[in-house]
Design a protein around this ligand. Structure first.
Ligand code: CU
Length: 118
């Protein structure tokens, strides 16, 4: 009797995962609901990530350089230090469609990136 709900939950999760994977670009596909960014050679890669609008999501930021960076976004009200070699997870709220800029507040010469919610 406890099996049925489990199967339904699993199917719902699978459907949601497929929907997210089908919707978003490669940088968003590695882990459902999570965008991945890597900082290396003085730049964020990718410089632009696309996420589904009106859904909370996470951004994982890996610092592949040998100096601390600060992942920051005025529009998203986020500011997190990422020590060299480490990965942080930033929880984001549901976003209205639009562009949301982020940058490295420790290195202003680093090109700004953007999260595109659509
Ligand atoms: Cu800052």
């Amino acid at each position: 009797m406890t099996r049925k709900p489990t199967v339904i939950r699993a199917l719902t999760l699978a459907t949601a995962t497929v929907t997210i994977l089908a919707f978003a670009g490669p940088s968003f596909a590695a882990e459902a609901g999570t965008a991945q960014l890597r900082f290396q050679n003085g730049a964020f890669a990718p410089a632009m990530v696309t996420v589904p609008a009106n859904k909370p999501f996470k951004v994982k930021v890996t610092n592949g350089s040998d100096a601390a960076i600060e992942f920051e976004s005025f529009e998203l009200h986020r500011e997190r230090v990422v020590p060299p070699g480490e990965t942080i997870t930033v929880h984001m709220p549901s976003l209205a469609p639009g562009n949301y800029q982020f940058f490295d507040d420790f290195h202003h010469e680093v090109p700004k990136g953007k999260i595109v919610s659509q």
